[in-house]
Design a protein. Sequence first.
Length: 451
Amino acid sequence: MKRAIVTSIAALIAWSTPNARASEGDESILGTVVVDGSAGGAVLPPLPKLAVVPLITMSPADTTLQLVVKRDLELSGQFDVIDQAKSPNGPFMRDTPIDWSSWDQTKVETIVRVYAERKGKDTVLTAEAFLAPPKPKKKPTSDAPEEPPKPTPKPDYTNKITTNEKELRSNIHRLVDALLGGLTGRAGGFASRLIFTSRVGRWTQVSIVDSDGSNLHPFGPNGHTVASPAFGPDNEIYFTISENFHRNRLAQGETATLIPMRVPNFGALTGIAFSSDRKKFAVSVVNDGDSAIYVSDPNLKTLERISKEPLANYPSVGPNGQVAYAAGNNSQRIYINGKAVSPPGFLASSPSFCDTPEGLYVLLTVGIGMGSDVVAVESGGGRIKRLTQRTGANMYPACSPDGRLVAFFSRTKIGKGPGLYIAPILRPALAKKVSDEVGDSLRWEPIDPPK
């Protein structure tokens, strides 16, 4: 029995690995990654230029605030953040007036100023944004009366967050999210974390990392095979675990507490997923060489099979309770509630829902030749957006909480090399590497605000 389960899982993994087989489909239907800002005859406008004032920092918290804010704004893909070396000559203090004439040569449209102030045991984080004043329509004539001096501009946007030292970085991300909301009308998603599994010796373990690639650390026990981590009820981390190569079972938390489940035919779990409200649970179960998708409510007592296709795996639950999964014998496709949405002829895997500014998409991996790429497909099928192109194996996409960014692992040997990358979905050519880690089963979830 043990050997049969291991064989079944091995066969399923062979089919599920993003670059396990060469693509048979017409690659042209995937489109191309836009590099020059044009797509489908439309030209994207240039990103507005933004500057973060290089203040003289007064404390370690002040320094961290400056670095994290600038990095988040660069990763957001919403602005062209100028190099601070191009800023006017300082020095700049938190009360130095904003002189727009000194910034004219940078052509910035928005200036952001952030600083931290100690208040007792806590620290107050402040973000201010200044929007460029309208340009004068006519130059004054030589005999025109001299204009009175302009008053010191006040910020067009201000926000403050009080934090303790332990939650400093997460609250800085939260400050940036609010700043993005004030400047773009859609709050950011940087107060969040990514989870995935990575190899540790002969075993695998869950890892957690902040949205900007910092604070990487392991989670849960070592010395076992774990897979498919997911955020479940009470924001607890769930995953499947195999002890001594026995069948995978459901576990949660740092101590890997086993969760009782009536698994059909005593099969092994190969993938799990929760809805964002944690009210729906989906799981793939492998048994006798096949795999199927089941759903349940959070009590996990009754599982209902929803997939009819063979080798169904990689479940993902959408914002309205819809379930996406990969399935198929000869060429795996992505299905949503039983309807194929990914293009035929490609080995597709690892779907992830993403509520983007353009509508609800499913991010997925498709095999291309000897590698793989990340694409986005409208959840109803139809429009396809290519997010990576011919740079090796790009896989396991995850969507940011605000729906504007995609994270993925890449084994590319060009550019910055293999690692964890983040890219704006509307401008994927702006992808940036945030970590050297390469793993699988990537998920991206918000951090609950402090109570």
